[in-house]
Design a protein around this ligand. Structure first.
Ligand SMILES: CC(C)(COP(=O)(O)OP(=O)(O)OC[C@H]1O[C@@H](n2cnc3c(N)ncnc32)[C@H](O)[C@@H]1OP(=O)(O)O)[C@@H](O)C(=O)NCCC(=O)NCCS
Length: 152
């Protein structure tokens, strides 16, 4: 599938796209840990922005979330690419498009809690390690951050 056949869109709760997003997050990020998303949705999703990449049929290929930390900083969360579509540049494209949208909204600073298996991915996108590895949800994580250049 050509890159031009894949569209970046914001996802809004209550839509079919949001249900697809919940399913992808559950399958990739929570079921392997024996967890579900329900408590998290209640705890922190309010105010969070959701972004996705979709194919021409409207099927979700990848998602990422951004939760506000202050007026100009967000925490990137729940980055996930459909298992059959990983390692084909979609993760990079989604993060770049989401960062551009956040920058247009006045966001200057990004942080995230990277699983140790994904640290290299975020480093390729310009995120830096902050502090030491720690345990979250029972698996090693790394706090990482990035400043957005040219913020408006
Ligand atoms: C991690 C994940 C988001 C990466 O998305 P992806 O679409 O597979 O990555 P891309 O193909 O866009 O890769 C972009 C670059 O990062 C590198 N990369 C991708 N995944 C990597 C990883 N796990 N470790 C190190 N480097 C990685 C690629 O080699 C590529 O480098 P290149 O440009 O030099 O070729 C995806 O594999 C995924 O959803 N994994 C399961 C869920 C998960 O772990 N999410 C992160 C939670 S913190």
């Amino acid at each position: 599938m050509a890159a031009t056949d894949i569209a970046f869109r914001e996802i809004f709760p209550g839509t079919g796209a949001y249900l697809q997003e919940r399913a992808l997050r559950n399958i990739l990020l929570r079921q392997p840990l024996g967890l579900t998303l329900d408590a998290e949705v209640r705890d922190w999703e309010d105010g969070t922005r959701h972004f996705g990449l979709f194919d021409v049929a409207g099927d979700l290929l990848a998602c990422v979330l951004a939760s506000p930390l202050s007026d100009d900083s967000v925490r990137i969360r729940q980055m996930a690419v459909s298992p059959t579509r990983q390692s084909s540049g979609l993760g990079r494209r989604l993060m770049q498009e989401a960062e551009a949208e956040l920058r247009r909204s006045g966001v200057k600073s990004l942080s995230l809690h990277a699983r140790d298996t994904a640290i290299g991915f975020y480093e390729k996108l310009g995120y830096s390690r902050i502090g030491d590895i720690y345990l979250e949800l029972g698996i090693p994580h790394q706090l990482m951050g990035k400043e957005l250049a040219g913020s408006v």
